[in-house]
Design a protein around this ligand. Structure first.
Ligand code: ZN
Length: 265
């Protein structure tokens, strides 16, 4: 229990550090704003409150030791998508890469065969809420809980699978979300590198962003569901061979968390 709580705390600190590195206007600018899901108008998170709750020298010390091995986690949000998810899965299989897919429950209901394929091919599936919950920053605990449990039930029926990672839509995180995540035994996960691939920039731009910014232990944000012509699959074909050449290895987010060397109970 202590170990789990500590891991959750460490992730909160990652969230805090991430948010504190950029001005708030910049943070909002990085929020995916894809259709048909309308992103929440984000209320500023009271970082001082989060800090007082989660920031302690002991925990900061534990999270401050970086991974020396070149392990990173690729993550894909908002799917499954009928065209892009299979294309991405094919490329990942070709390069022997494992990733984490933060699925939207509604899309999973439309394409259960793709969610099943993600699981069957050894990738991790995380919870991105049932409806890509709009206004999540203002949602009450019951609503958030319903959204998360509905995804869980679908995956459990499909493959007996219970996701343990949660990525809030738009990267919004606040005390209410934290309370629900803790209650349902989820670890909240954001990212270190944002590719902005949902805006469909040219594939070399997405690839360069990853190659330039990635460091050992980092989590990369991409999408397997975008509106329009996705350049994410083409970007994978550019940056995967390059990162492999540079000695990087790809693990799921849970595997990355387990490598981060948190103290045992
Ligand atoms: Zn999303």
């Amino acid at each position: 229990m202590f170990k789990h709580t500590l891991r959750s705390f460490i992730y909160i600190i990652c969230v805090y550090l991430f948010i504190s590195l950029i001005p708030f206007s910049g943070f909002e600018d990085t929020t995916p704003d894809i259709q048909p899901y309308i992103e929440a108008e984000t209320e500023p998170v009271d970082m001082r409150e989060l800090e007082s709750l989660y920031f302690s020298p002991g925990i900061a010390g534990a999270s401050a030791s970086p991974l020396t091995d070149k392990y990173i986690a690729l993550t894909f949000d908002d799917g499954p998508h009928e065209a892009y998810t299979p294309e991405i899965l094919d490329i990942l299989r070709e390069y022997g890469v494992k990733a984490t897919f933060f699925i939207v429950g509604k899309n999973c209901e439309e394409h259960p065969e793709l969610a099943a394929r993600i699981i069957d091919e050894g990738h991790e599936v995380g919870n991105h809420t049932y409806s890509h919950l709009p206004n999540i920053a203002k949602a009450d605990e019951d609503t958030i809980m319903r959204e998360l449990l509905r995804v869980e039930d679908t995956l459990h029926e499909l493959r007996g699978y219970r996701p343990r990672l949660f990525r809030p839509p738009g990267g919004v995180y606040n005390v209410t979300l934290d309370r629900v995540a803790t209650q349902l035994n989820y670890t909240a996960v954001l990212w270190n590198v944002d590719t902005h691939d949902w805006r469909c920039p040219p594939s070399p731009k997405i690839a360069t962003e990853v190659i330039k910014k990635v460091k050992p232990g980092y989590i990369v944000l991409m999408h397997d569901y975008v509106v329009g012509k996705s350049n994410t699959p083409a970007a994978l074909r550019i940056f995967l061979p390059r990162l492999i050449e540079l000695g990087y290895r790809f693990v799921t987010v849970s595997e990355l968390i387990n490598m981060s060397g948190t103290p045992e109970e």
